[in-house]
Write a protein that binds this ligand. Structure first.
Ligand code: IPM
Ligand code: MG
Length: 361
C-alpha cells in the first residue's frame, strides 16, 4: 500500500517542522514497511510570492489527488498588508473549506516528564491531564459574511457568526464519538447567555446527546471554560466548541502542556482524507534557525497514520519514541525540563527517529 501525502510547507518555521515530520514518516516507512509518496504544494505567503495567490488552483488539484495533507504553517509580517483573500491565512482556511474538513481534533496532553514545563503549579498538574478539543472548523465567524465600509460616523467593519443546525449536529456527533473512545465526558463550550448562535448550539448538542446516553454532557460558558482550564484542567475530557472559541481555547490549553510547539491537530470531514498540522503559527522570528519544536508536527503525522490511514500501531510508535526522548531529558528550547538537555530541531528529530520501533503487538 502506498499513501500519497500532499506536503504544504508554507512560511516561517513551516518548512522546518514539515521536514522533521517527513523524516519521522520515512523512519516509520522503514520500520513498518509502509510506503509514502510526497507531493509538494505551494501555500501561504510562499505561494503568493511565487504565483500571486496564497492558494493556487494547482495546490488544490494536487491535494484532491492525495490521501492526506501535511501542513506546516502560514503567515508573516511581510504579507500583513494584503487584502483578506490574498493573505497567507487564506490558504489554510481555503483548504479546510475545500476538503469540507469541519471537524478539528486538538489533543492537549501533559506528559509527566514535562510537569515542570507547565506554567501551572505542581499541585494542579500532579495527575496530568488529557484533553481533546473538538473544534468546528468550516463555519462560524471565520466564514460568515465579512465587510469593511464607511458611513457618516467613519469606518466600520463586521464579521458575522452564523451556524446552521446541520453544522452543529455533525460536529457534536464527532465530539460524542471521540468521547466514547475516551473518558465519556463532553463539555460543550459556548456563550449562550449572550449569543443566539450559542443558544442554537446548546439546543442541537442536547438533541445529539440523546444518541449517546453513556456520555456525560456539561455546558460551560467560554469565559468560565478559560478560567476552569487554568484552575483544574483535569476536569476536562472532550471539549466541543465553535470555530473561534476552539481557536482561542486550544492555544490556552497548549501552553498548559508546556509549549504551544507540542500540540498536533487533525482536520477531517466525513471521509478519510485529512489535514494534519501543528496548532502553532509560522513564528518568523525563529525561522531557519534550527530552534523550532517539531513535535507538534510530528504528532500531527502520527494522527495522520491513525485517522486517515488506519495505522494506529505506527502512530503509537511515534508517540512512544517521543516519550523516550523526554525520558532521556532531551527537549527543544521552548520547553523547560528540570535537569534537561536543550537540543535543536534537527537533533530532536534524529533522536525521535532513532527511538521508533515496531513493538511486539
Ligand atoms: C489555527 C490558526 C489558524 C486559525 C490561522 C492561521 C488562520 O490559528 O489553526 O489555530 O485561526 O484557525
Ligand atoms: Mg490558532
Amino acid at each position: 500500500m502506498t499513501y500519497r501525502i500532499a506536503v504544504a510547507r508554507g512560511d516561517g518555521v513551516g518548512p522546518e517542522v514539515v521536514e522533521s515530520a517527513m523524516q519521522i514518516l520515512e523512519r516509520v516507512s522503514e520500520v513498518f514497511g509502509i510506503d509514502f509518496t510526497y507531493h509538494d504544494v505551494l501555500v501561504g505567503g510562499a505561494a503568493y510570492d511565487a504565483t500571486g495567490n496564497p492558494l493556487p488552483e494547482e495546490t488544490l488539484d494536487t491535494i484532491r489527488e492525495c490521501d492526506s495533507v501535511l501542513f506546516g504553517a502560514v503567515g508573516g509580517d511581510k504579507w500583513d498588508g494584503l487584502p483578506h483573500e490574498l493573505r497567507p491565512e487564506a490558504a489554510i482556511l481555503g483548504i479546510r473549506k475545500a476538503l469540507m474538513a469541519y471537524s478539528n481534533l486538538r489533543p492537549g496532553i501533559l506528559y509527566p516528564q514535562l510537569k515542570e514545563a507547565s506554567p501551572l503549579k505542581n499541585h494542579i498538574v500532579e495527575d496530568g491531564f488529557d484533553i481533546c478539543v473538538v473544534r468546528e472548523l468550516t463555519g462560524g465567524i471565520y466564514f460568515g459574511r465579512k465587510r469593511t465600509w464607511e458611513d457618516e460616523n467613519g469606518e466600520r467593519a463586521e464579521d458575522v457568526e452564523e451556524y446552521s443546525r446541520e453544522e452543529i449536529e455533525r460536529i457534536a456527533r464527532k465530539a460524542f464519538q471521540a468521547a466514547m473512545g475516551r473518558s465519556k465526558r463532553v463539555t460543550s463550550v459556548d456563550k449562550a447567555n449572550v449569543l443566539h448562535t450559542s443558544r442554537l448550539w446548546r439546543k442541537v448538542v442536547e438533541e445529539v446527546h440523546v444518541d449517546y446516553p453513556e456520555v456525560e454532557l456539561l455546558h460551560m460558558y467560554i469565559d468560565n471554560a478559560c478560567m476552569q482550564a487554568v484552575r483544574n484542567p483535569s476536569q476536562f475530557d472532550v471539549i466541543l466548541t465553535s470555530n473561534i472559541f476552539g481557536d482561542i481555547l486550544s492555544d490556552e490549553i497548549s501552553m498548559l502542556t508546556g509549549s504551544i510547539g507540542l500540540l498536533p491537530s487533525a482536520s477531517m470531514g466525513d471521509g478519510r482524507r485529512g489535514i494534519y498540522e501543528p496548532i502553532h503559527g509560522s513564528a518568523p522570528t525563529i525561522a531557519g534557525m534550527d530552534r523550532v519544536n517539531p513535535i507538534g508536527t510530528i504528532l500531527s503525522a502520527a494522527m495522520m497514520l491513525e485517522h486517515s490511514f488506519g495505522l494506529p500501531k505506527a502512530a503509537r510508535s511515534i508517540e512512544d519514541a517521543i516519550k523516550k526522548v523526554f525520558d532521556e531529558k532531551y527537549h527543544t528550547e521552548d520547553v523547560f525540563m528540570e535537569g534537561g538537555k536543550t537540543v535543536g530541531t534537527k537533533e530532536i528529530t534524529r533522536l525521535i527517529a532513532k527511538n521508533i520501533e515496531n513493538g511486539a503487538n
